[in-house]
Design a protein around this ligand. Structure first.
Ligand code: ADP
Ligand code: ZN
Length: 624
């Protein structure tokens, strides 16, 4: 509180000082624009009543106004000389009464200090105020360390991360091992003349463990770790980003050997010169400074820059040139084995009961990143804790999985009979359509209990990790997505808004097939997604790299593909109308239908009693 008052006082002092110098400035400007010879003439012609010379100023009182004034202030470089030169005139005029008096005020010699002094005082006061503010800087003052890099040192929570904590990324670790070796023993490499890269770019989807890997390199090599996010460089004020970059590298050199980690480097590293309206001066300056710093330190200094991005494609090519980030490591989403290892790492501090098979979970979480898996285990632990159970079971895992994929179940939401009916028909439509599509993943569970934003859900279970989608697979996905809408149209004779998300996704798939993957004859094997990114106003936007004519053809082809899929779906559902009805009835009665029950129904068998089914069942049967 006291300190706050101090700053307020300083603030007022500064204001006063400024005011003072301003007033002084007014005095200065009161000097009238008259020359020495003009004044001489005025006195000689008897226009002056009296005058006073003070320092280098002379103030004159006039008989007859000059430019509307009866008082004038002029400047005299050499007042004594001035008086001497007019000695006789002055004596004469004093005698005849024209000039009442004239004085030379002695003692005060004007000097440049008269102006400069107050300004210096004001300046000193301002400086003092600034210094005090900076002194208090560390106490949550936003002006603190303005041009300094905000870096995170060392390891979070004091815990050192090593390669053992990062699972499922063995190739990436092997590539980084050499950086570790270099940091441990830079001399060995220098002696041999081996060149270690200045910078390494880790690219990969968010949550794949890029930050963890960078931390682990520092941990393994036992060196300092300086981390900063690309967005920290971006400030409203031009020049701050560049000075933060400079500061970051200075700090690193001081504490070398060290690792500088720049997260989200795309925030500063976007291609330069792609913009409208003057673009982003600040960002370009920051990027330029980064390039300068990367070039500026020698390989023996023991500083290595790691950077992470999920958009390596938009980085300025200058960043990727030799001597800068000349090595790129792709951090992939983990495969089934990697996922199992990651689950093991995160399960270490949790108690799991015998029902939990991490292998099963790993098999059925295709596409999950390390962060997703960590989240899955954490959600499961929260569910168990809520019920005061110290040990996690497979049901917790299942519920956590559904919660992550679709949001929490909302059983308490009031639902009208009519809505339930629509939802049941919609979901049954998806399920029955999917069942008849050979490449489609099997239906795993159907539910008309709302979850997250969805009113009902049909789950499918991917069979295996697959990196490729064939044209036929994509087409059948579209057919499956349309199942809900087609079922409503066929069996309810009306359609609802419930299908909007399905239609969005189906349309996007169709557009990708045609414009992106070259899967359509009339447009050929050409990708029409290219085109440059342009900075428009405040964001980047894609600019079409093709003609209006092509755009028209794309739209036509998308429409044709969607129509074809729609008809295909209608055929399936019309053929299986009786099975559709059974599924709908079952859903209205039981709210959920397991994959097995659904399969029985489709095979025309008696539907078995509800046995518990989890999202992981499928993976289990695969395993057996
Ligand atoms: P990125 O920097 O790629 O966005 P992070 O390194 O920040 O991802 O990972 C986020 C979290 O996900 C980590 O804190 C960790 O809990 C978990 N995680 C990600 N990848 C792995 C992995 N390979 N092994 C173990 N945990 C991981
Ligand atoms: Zn749907």
């Amino acid at each position: 509180m006291k300190k706050l008052k101090l700053t307020t006082v300083i603030f007022y002092i500064v204001i006063l000082a400024l005011l003072f110098s301003w007033i002084f400035g007014l005095f200065g400007s009161r000097v009238d624009n008259i020359t020495r010879s003009q004044m001489t003439t005025m006195i000689q012609q008897g226009q002056v009543k009296r005058f006073v010379v003070e320092g280098e100023y002379i103030q004159l009182w006039l008989h007859t106004p000059y430019e509307g004034k009866t008082e004038l202030v002029g400047k005299l470089a050499d007042p004594e000389g001035f008086l001497q030169s007019m000695q006789t005139t002055l004596e004469e005029q004093t005698k005849n009464g024209t000039l009442e008096s004239y004085d030379l005020v002695a003692g005060k010699k004007a000097s440049p200090w008269d102006y400069v002094f107050p300004i210096i005082v004001a300046g000193l006061v301002i400086l003092l105020a600034w210094a005090l503010l900076m002194g208090r800087a560390n106490q949550n003052n936003p002006m603190a360390n303005f041009g300094r890099a905000r870096v995170g040192h060392g390891q979070p929570g004091g815990k050192k991360i090593t390669f053992a904590d990062v699972a499922g990324v063995d190739e990436e670790k092997a590539e980084l091992q050499e950086v570790v070796d270099f940091l441990r023993n830079p001399k060995k490499f220098a002696d041999i003349g081996a060149k270690i890269p200045h910078g390494i770019l880790l690219s990969g989807a968010p949550g794949t463990g890029k930050t963890m890997l960078a931390r682990a390199v520092a941990g393994e090599a036992d060196v300092q770790f300086l981390s900063i996010s690309g967005s920290d460089f971006m400030e409203m004020y031009v020049g701050v980003g560049a000075s933060r970059v400079r500061d970051l590298f200075e700090q690193a050199k001081k504490i070398a050997p060290a690792i500088i980690f720049i997260d989200e480097i795309d925030a500063v590293g976007r291609k330069r010169g792609s913009g409208m309206g003057g673009g982003h001066d600040e960002r370009e300056q920051t990027l330029n400074q980064l390039l300068v710093e990367m070039d500026g330190f020698s390989r023996t200094e023991g500083v290595i820059v790691l950077a992470a991005t999920n958009r390596p494609d938009i980085l300025d090519p200058a960043l990727l040139r030799p001597g800068r980030f000349d090595r790129q490591i792709y951090v992939n989403a983990p495969d089934a084995k990697g996922r199992e290892e990651i689950l093991k790492v995160h399960a270490k501090d949790k108690r799991l009961d015998d029902s939990v098979s991490l292998k099963t979970i790993a098999l059925s979480t295709s596409g999950f990143t390390g962060a997703d898996l960590a989240n899955l285990l954490n959600e499961a632990a929260i569910l168990a804790a809520r019920e005061n159970r110290p040990v996690l079971n497979m049901d917790d895992m299942n519920e956590a999985m559904m919660k992550i994929l679709a949001g929490p179940e909302k059983r308490s939401r009031v639902r009208l009979k009519k809505d339930l009916q629509i939802t049941a028909v919609h979901e049954a439509g998806h399920a029955v359509a999917m069942h008849s599509l050979p490449t489609h993943d099997p239906v795993h569970q159907i539910s008309i209990i709302p979850r997250g934003h969805a009113l009902g859900l049909t789950w499918t279970q991917p069979k295996e990790d697959s990196n490729h989608l064939t044209r036929n697979e994509m087409y059948e996905q579209i057919v499956g997505l349309l199942g809900g809408r087609v079922a409503e149209a066929l069996f309810l004779k009306d359609i609802s808004t419930g299908a909007s998300n399905d239609i969005d996704r189906a349309s996007k798939l169709a557009r990708d097939m045609i414009a992106r993957y070259g899967m359509c004859e009339s447009l050929g094997t050409v990708s029409y997604t290219g085109g440059d990114e342009l900075f428009i106003g405040r964001d980047y936007e894609k600019v079409k790299g093709y003609s209006e004519k092509v755009a028209g053809t794309i739209d036509d082809e998308v429409k044709a593909l969607m129509d074809k899929a729609y008809d295909h779906c209608r055929e399936i559902l019309t053929r299986d109308a009786d099975k559709m009805k059974k599924v709908v009835e079952f859903l209205l009665e039981n709210e959920t239908m397991t994959g097995k029950q659904f399969a029985d129904c489709m095979a025309g068998k008696e539907i078995s009693e509800a046995e518990k089914s989890t999202l992981f069942d499928f993976a289990k049967t695969e395993e057996e």
